[in-house]
Write a protein that binds this ligand. Structure first.
Ligand code: AMP
Length: 379
C-alpha cells in the first residue's frame, strides 16, 4: 500500500528526500512538507506545502491528519506536539528519540550512560557552575546552548578568565552546558541508518572540514587508518542500537591522537552525506525512506572516492544572485532553488566524484580548479 509522507521542514534536505520519494512510487504516493517559506526548496521538487512555522501546533496536527508517516529534516520540531499526534501518523525518528537529541545535555548524558565516548561536560545553572567547570576543564572550554543551536551558532569559546562574563551575557538566560575543549586532529562523521525493524547500516567514515562553524567540504572516505574508521563505525552502530530511532542519522565525531569522541548527533539526513547521491550504491535520502518505511536497508558501499563542496552565500551581499555554471566529468552541481543569497547561506553543493578511479588527492586538486567558478555573485 502506498503512503503519504509528511516532512517537517522543506529546505534542501526536504528537497532531496522528496526527490528520492518520487523514485519510489510504489511506496510513496505523495509528499507534503510543512515549511514557513513560500515556494520552499522541497515544494520546487514537487512536494505539496503547508505554509506554517515548524512549531505551529495546528499545522502539525493537519500534517498528521493528511500524512501516513511523518519525518523531519530539522531537529527543532516540538516533540510534545509530535507525541500528541503519534496516533494519527507514524513518526520516525520517534519524538522520544528527538527529545533526547534536541537537548545537548540530555544527548551527552544519554551517550555517557551507555558508555559511548563524549567530551567531558557539566550542566550550567549559574555563573558559579561555569567557574567550577573551568577549574576542572581549564581553558579553552566551550559554553553551549542546550537547545536550538546548530552550525555553531549556540557556542561560545571561553579562552580566558576575561571571557566568562561575555560568554554568560551572550546566552541571555538560555539553558547551558560547559564542555571540555577537544584538541582534535580531524572532524569526521558517520551517516548511519536504522530501520523500523532494527536493522542498522553505516556508510564509510568521512572527513569534514569546517570554517566559522559551517561545513565547507566532506572527503569520502576519511584519510584515517582502517582501525579508526572501523572504531568510528562501531561507535555509530552502538549509538543507533541504544537510541532506537528509525531513519538516517548524522553522527559527528572528533578524532584525537588516542580516541574518538561523539560531538553531536543529527536525527536526520546530514550535509556530510550529500556525496552519497553519486558516490554510493544507495543515497542517504533513499536510505532514510527505506528506514522509516521498514524496508530492507540498501547497500552503503562507497563506489567512488568523492568530495562534497558546499556552495555558500557570499559575505559581501544579500540578494538575488547569478546562476552558477559548473560541469565536467564526475562533477555534479546541485542548487537548492533559494532565490536570495545571504552570507554563509547554504545555496547548493558540488559533488566531485572519482568516476575514473581518481584518488582523494586528485579530487582535491580538481576541486581547486573548480572553486573559482563556485563564487556566488550578485545579479
Ligand atoms: P557544534 O555546534 O556543537 O557541533 O559545534 C560546532 C563546531 O565547534 C564543531 O564542528 C567543532 O569544530 C567545534 N567544537 C564543538 N565542540 C567542541 C569541543 N568540545 N572541542 C573542540 N571544538 C569543538
Amino acid at each position: 500500500m502506498t503512503k503519504i509522507l509528511g516532512i517537517i521542514g522543506g529546505g534542501q534536505l526536504g528537497m532531496m528526500i522528496t526527490e528520492a520519494a518520487k523514485k519510489m512510487p510504489e511506496e510513496i504516493s505523495k509528499v507534503i512538507v510543512l515549511d514557513p517559506t513560500k515556494d520552499c526548496p522541497a515544494s520546487q521538487a514537487g512536494a505539496t506545502q503547508i505554509i506554517a512555522d515548524f512549531k505551529d501546533r495546528d499545522a502539525i496536527i493537519k500534517l498528521a491528519e493528511l500524512a501516513d508517516i511523518i519525518t523531519y529534516e530539522i531537529e527543532s520540531g516540538d516533540s510534545s506536539v509530535l507525541k500528541s499526534v503519534q496516533g494519527a501518523a507514524e513518526i520516525n525518528p520517534s519524538p522520544e528519540t528527538l527529545e533526547i537529541i534536541q537537548d545537548k545535555y540530555k544527548q551527552k548524558s544519554f551517550l555517557q550512560n551507555h558508555d559511548i565516548p563524549v567530551s567531558e561536560f557539566v550542566e550550567i545553572q549559574g555563573m558559579s557552575d561555569i567557574i567550577t567547570g573551568l577549574e576542572t576543564f581549564g581553558y579553552p572550554a566551550l559554553l553551549k546552548a542546550r537547545r536550538d543551536a546548530y552550525d555553531g551558532r549556540g557556542n561560545f569559546k571561553i579562552e580566558s578568565k576575561d571571557d566568562i562574563q561575555k560568554a554568560w551575557d551572550y546566552f541571555d538566560d538560555k539553558s547551558l552546558l560547559l564542555e571540555r575543549f577537544v584538541p582534535f586532529s580531524m572532524e569526521v562523521s558517520v551517516i548511519a541508518a536504522r530501520n523500523t525493524r532494527g536493522q542498522i547500516k553505516t556508510y564509510p567514515l568521512v572527513e569534514n572540514i569546517h570554517k566559522e562553524n559551517i561545513l565547507r567540504e566532506t572527503i569520502a572516505p576519511a584519510r584515517v587508518s582502517q582501525s579508526i574508521s572501523k572504531k568510528a563505525e562501531q561507535i555509530a552502530v552502538k549509538t543507533l542500537s541504544v537510541l532506537k530511532g528509525a531513519g538516517t542519522f548524522g553522527i559527528e565525531m572528533f578524532v584525537t591522537h588516542d580516541e574518538i569522541l561523539i560531538n553531536e548527533i543529527a536525527p536526520r539526513v546530514h550535509n556530510s552525506g550529500h556525496h552519497t547521491l553519486q558516490s554510493s550504491e544507495t543515497s542517504q535520502f533513499e536510505q532514510h525512506l527505506r528506514a522509516i518505511l521498514g524496508l530492507e536497508l540498501g547497500s552503503t558501499r562507497l563506489l567512488y572516492n568523492s568530495i562534497m563542496f558546499n556552495v555558500l552565500g557570499s559575505d559581501e551581499f544579500t540578494g538575488r544572485y547569478s546562476p552558477l555554471e559548473i560541469s565536467g566529468a564526475g562533477v555534479f552541481l546541485k542548487m537548492y532553488g533559494k532565490k536570495v543569497s545571504k552570507p554563509l547561506r547554504k545555496l547548493g553543493h558540488v559533488n566531485i566524484v572519482g568516476i575514473n578511479a581518481e584518488s582523494v588527492d586528485e579530487l582535491l586538486a580538481k576541486l581547486d580548479t573548480i572553486k573559482p567558478n563556485v563564487a556566488v555573485e550578485p545579479i
